[in-house]
Design a protein around this ligand. Structure first.
Ligand code: ATR
Length: 263
């Protein structure tokens, strides 16, 4: 039986196995998808397992999206541009890194029919998913992207990849049409982001990459101020579907059954 894995640290919360195992079953593919918590020191051994065909493919999550690049033979254009890999395949004896977060985010935004052309975007957080979000936003022709991260040096590093990215000090809030929470704040129900949005007005889109819990305090606050709120569930499902397509050559169905798997 073929084996697939999602790696990360922590990884307990990952719902990728639920989704992939559902699609494997529906498509009668004899394979299993598991999750594995790793440390940096385990990466070398893991990639040997792919070369030895003990594992067929890997999804990568925080904090390894950039670190795995050192072990790969080839990168897709998108993963090279973002220096971020979330899906690994072994093709023609080469370990190839892909980035399906970019398409996942774009598809999720298209679904809610929020036209981003010419819009001002404010991203908070510079973690693993930030470069993919920025790349995707640029592709959707936004007019300006501003980013703020508690540790400013990490935000400045992103300017090397995206020279027109504007960085603000933590605590400063610019005028924006859409704000994206790309921090890990919200994973715990008690998490609150220490930023004051009371003066930003209404009618903006608040987007949280987090999908579990369904409604973070960030999204609750957005709604109470009269804004649109969207969580990261669709982005998560679309990135998984794109990874499934890379490995199995089949675009899996995204229907109400799949949507309810992630509730
Ligand atoms: P990684 O940083 O390993 O890529 P991540 O979960 O993708 O992990 O990113 C965590 C993000 O949440 C970072 O932007 C982090 O800010 P720092 O770079 O300053 O650590 C942000 N974050 C986590 N806890 C936070 C807090 N209490 N206040 C503000 N930002 C926080």
């Amino acid at each position: 039986m073929k084996k697939y894995l999602v790696i990360g640290n922590p990884i307990k919360h990952s719902l990728s196995p639920k989704l992939h195992n559902h699609w494997l079953k529906r498509n009668n593919i004899d394979a299993v998808y598991n999750k594995k918590e790793l440390d940096n020191d385990d990466l070398k051994e893991l990639f040997k397992k792919i070369r030895d065909k003990e594992i067929e493919g890997i999804n990568v999550t925080v904090p390894f999206k950039n670190k795995v690049i050192d072990y790969l033979d080839q990168l897709s254009v998108a993963s090279n541009n973002t220096q971020s890999v979330n899906t690994i395949s072994f093709e023609k004896n080469k370990l190839v890194g892909h980035n399906t977060d970019i398409d996942g985010f774009e598809q999720a935004i298209k679904d809610i029919r929020f036209n981003l052309t010419g819009k001002k975007i404010f991203i908070i957080g510079a973690g693993g998913v930030a470069p993919s979000i920025i790349f995707s936003l640029k592709r959707m022709n936004v007019s300006q992207i501003t980013l703020s991260n508690r540790t400013q040096s990490k935000a400045e590093k992103l300017v090397k990849l995206f020279p027109d990215l504007k960085v603000l000090k933590w605590g400063e809030i610019p005028n924006f049409d859409m704000i994206i929470n790309a921090t890990s704040l919200g994973l715990k129900d008690s998490d609150n982001i220490d930023l004051d949005f009371s003066k930003i007005g209404s009618g903006k889109l608040f987007y949280d990459i987090i999908y579990n819990p369904k409604e973070t305090n960030f999204l609750k606050m957005a709604k109470s101020l009269g804004n649109l709120a969207e969580n990261g569930k669709k982005m998560f499902i679309y990135q998984a579907a794109a990874a499934f397509k890379i490995w199995h050559g089949i675009m899996p169905k995204i229907n109400s059954e799949v949507m309810s798997l992630i509730d």
